[in-house]
Design a protein around this ligand. Structure first.
Ligand SMILES: Cc1ncc(COP(=O)(O)O)c(C=O)c1O
Length: 374
């Protein structure tokens, strides 16, 4: 089976894990700190706190944004974590529609939904393609709203030459097994303000004033700490952090491999007018987390490819279809129309030329079989 996603690991990741395991310190420690420092240097701004998932990053971001009892304008076209995080923190999700081409939240729809109750806007850079952060940030400044960037797909992506995750007040990255930077499970919360970073970093460790690594010094282990407020057990540890350091070092290279494969799909499927291919918007450098085509023949093509050993995915069922989000405010007619056509093709750095040829050939064969190809 050719999978939709596969992480890219080599000897360096194996060596990094062995080094940590041999060191005698596998919990939150020096590798976690090194990963945070390198990640924030890669982004070029913000304060990074390493967590055990992207969901935890979103949860803490919403807590920091103080959304309790307030509305948060969000997108239905995302993994459910984005919107669950609003509910974890007592916020009220309000769904804005999406742009038909990028599937990103539509800034014009966001503007129409802003009321006195609105506290924040959460944007998801779908597939690693940047949302229109200039418009979103202008709206946020005008109405004094906070912006949370869900960068789960977007590690390494850019808008107007700036890394995604450096625009909003908070950025939430996922290092889940299939992400561009994959540590198995893991995430990073990047805060614009140092005070938010310090608060989030306490909350990730049960609200305890000093984590075990800060209590460890070369001379003695200081047992003293205190607890000011309820926190969670959400920090990362040194094993995934060591993998993360290597994956971060390789990120530009693995993203370039994704881009090359995306461009090949673009060239070799361009003549099939029964599907629409993703387009790179002006001023953006996508992270190409996934390659999503749009076709009325989505379900037929999915079944055809599956029978021939090629996995595809659907990202996503709109979240306002789920029973628990059905009653939320916001009409999303574009999303309703577009989602039924979405199909994610295999795309990952180690997808071989032969595997990709097979995917392309089977897509074309489906079109021929159904009399769709021109
Ligand atoms: C858009 C989006 N947001 C949030 C998440 C949650 O990340 P995690 O699985 O690391 O909790 C994911 C991925 O799983 C995602 O795709």
């Amino acid at each position: 089976m050719i999978p939709v996603f596969r992480p890219s690991y080599g000897q360096e990741e194996f060596d990094a894990v062995r080094e940590v395991m041999s060191s005698g310190w596998v919990g939150l420690g020096p590798k976690t700190r090194e990963f945070e420092e390198k990640f924030q240097a890669y982004l070029g701004s913000g304060y990074a706190s390493a967590l055990n998932s992207g969901t935890a990053a979103l949860h803490l971001a919403m807590l920091m944004a103080d959304i309790k009892g307030r509305e948060v304008i969000t997108t239905p076209m995302t993994f459910v974590s984005t919107n669950h995080a609003i509910l974890y923190s007592g916020g009220i999700p309000v769904f804005a529609d999406i742009e038909p081409d990028t599937c990103n939240i539509d800034a014009d729809c966001v503007e129409k939904l802003i009321t006195k109750k609105t506290r924040a806007i959460v944007v998801v850079h779908y597939g690693g393609h940047a949302c229109r952060m200039d418009k979103i940030m202008r709206l946020a400044r005008k109405h004094k709203l906070l912006v949370i960037e869900d960068c789960a797909h977007a590690a390494g992506g850019e808008f107007k030459g700036k890394k995604l995750g450096t625009f909003g007040d908070f950025a939430c990255f996922s290092f889940h097994a299939v992400k561009n930077l994959a540590t198995g499970e893991g995430g990073m919360l990047v805060c614009r303000r140092k005070a938010d970073y310090q608060h989030a970093t306490r909350l990730r460790w049960l609200g305890i004033s000093k984590d075990t690594w800060s209590r460890e010094t070369k001379v003695k282990y200081s047992w003293y700490y205190f607890v000011e407020e309820v926190g969670w057990k959400a920090h990362l540890n040194d094993i995934p952090s060591a993998i993360g350091i290597v994956q971060l070092r390789r990120l530009d290279q693995t993203n370039a491999a994704r881009r090359e494969r995306a461009e090949r799909y673009g060239r070799e499927l361009a003549d099939l007018d029964w599907m629409t291919l993703p387009v790179v918007q002006p001023n953006t450098a996508p992270a190409w987390h996934n390659y999503v085509i749009k076709t009325e023949h989505r379900d037929g093509l999915n079944a055809w490819l599956a029978q021939r050993g090629i996995a595809t995915g659907v990202h996503y069922i709109p979240n306002n279809h789920y029973p628990m989000y059905k009653r939320c405010k916001g009409k999303t007619p574009v999303c309703e129309k577009v989602w039924a056509t979405l199909l994610t093709l295999p795309l990952f750095p180690d997808l071989t030329a032969d595997e990709q040829s097979q995917v392309i050939a089977e897509i074309r064969a489906y079109g021929r079989d159904k009399g769709l190809n021109a």
